[in-house]
Design a protein around this ligand. Structure first.
Ligand SMILES: Nc1ncnc2c1ncn2[C@@H]1O[C@H](COP(=O)(O)OP(=O)(O)OP(=O)(O)O)[C@@H](O)[C@H]1O
Length: 247
């Protein structure tokens, strides 16, 4: 995949299975979102083939999208809508009846402690409340594959625990979860498989234990630093601060 003449992804060849939580990590600009957008059918013009549920996504049949849920890193929520209106609307887009979507959304909101704001406009919601609405909207139609981009963004510690537990339970039910994040200790804990993208290529692929054995580092953060060749963080920070101090 290239943007103009700039190559972004090169020679990515992966098989992903049911029930896997894939921690998809890599430096800023490595191409994680680009990969996800290709799989969501949002970007065309890539070379190669992407098969989802056994079918080439380029064959024109969009049915596969009904079985996918997506939490983007930055989302346009319709601020002028109430949570009820927004979630019913999204549910209907995914093929649920308005009544079914509303009934499900209301109970899911209640599980996140948001039953009292269900009829409030999203414009009045805090960052974490919006994130919970996004998570619910990605799950209303009970998708088989979930693409999550920084899904814990803005969530408090209790909500983080609930969402991590929900993801484990969904994976145990056979759902496949693509989890893209820069929070290494969470990726380390929840992923059954970790993919590290660097320079447009997958440079590590395995469970945390496998990556740890291969690299002899103790944490995923250290493995990340090691494999992306970044050891000079102290020098970078010191020179950054010295520029800040110039007046
Ligand atoms: N629409 C676009 N047009 C041109 N270049 C783009 C476009 N979208 C992304 N890129 C470039 O593609 C590269 C990969 O971007 P991408 O958003 O996939 O990275 P990422 O791994 O998700 O990064 P981050 O961790 O910062 O979210 C970057 O160099 C970016 O500038």
């Amino acid at each position: 995949m290239s943007y103009g003449s700039k190559p972004i992804l090169q020679g990515i060849d992966l098989d992903v299975y049911e029930g896997q939580i894939i921690g998809y990590i890599g430096p800023n600009g490595a191409g994680k979102s680009t990969t996800v957008k290709i799989m969501l059918g949002l970007i065309e013009g890539y070379q190669g083939e992407v098969h989802i549920f056994g079918r080439d996504i380029a064959d024109g049949d969009m049915e596969y999208k009904r079985r996918i849920g997506y939490v983007p890193e930055v989302a346009e929520l319709y601020d002028s809508l109430t949570a009820q209106e927004y979630l019913s609307f999204v549910g209907e887009l995914y093929g649920l009846t308005q009544r079914k979507a509303d009934h499900k959304a209301r109970r899911l909101m209640a599980k996140f402690g948001l039953e009292e704001v269900y009829f409030d406009r999203i414009s009045s919601f805090s960052k974490g409340m919006r994130q919970k609405v996004l998570l619910i909207s990605s799950l209303l139609h009970n998708p088989d594959i979930l693409f999550l981009d920084e899904p814990l963004s803005g969530l408090d510690a209790n909500s983080v625990m609930i969402v991590k537990e929900i993801l484990s339970a969904l994976a145990a039910e056979g759902k496949t979860i693509f989890y893209s994040s820069h929070i290494m200790d969470v990726v380390e804990k929840i992923s059954s498989r970790i993919l590290l993208l660097n320079g447009g290529q997958i440079v590590a692929d395995g469970s945390f234990e496998e990556l740890r054995e291969q690299s002899h580092e103790r944490s995923l953060e250290q493995i990340f630093n090691d494999l992306t060749g970044f050891h000079e963080y102290k020098d970078v920070a010191a020179s950054f601060v010295s520029i800040v101090q110039e007046v």
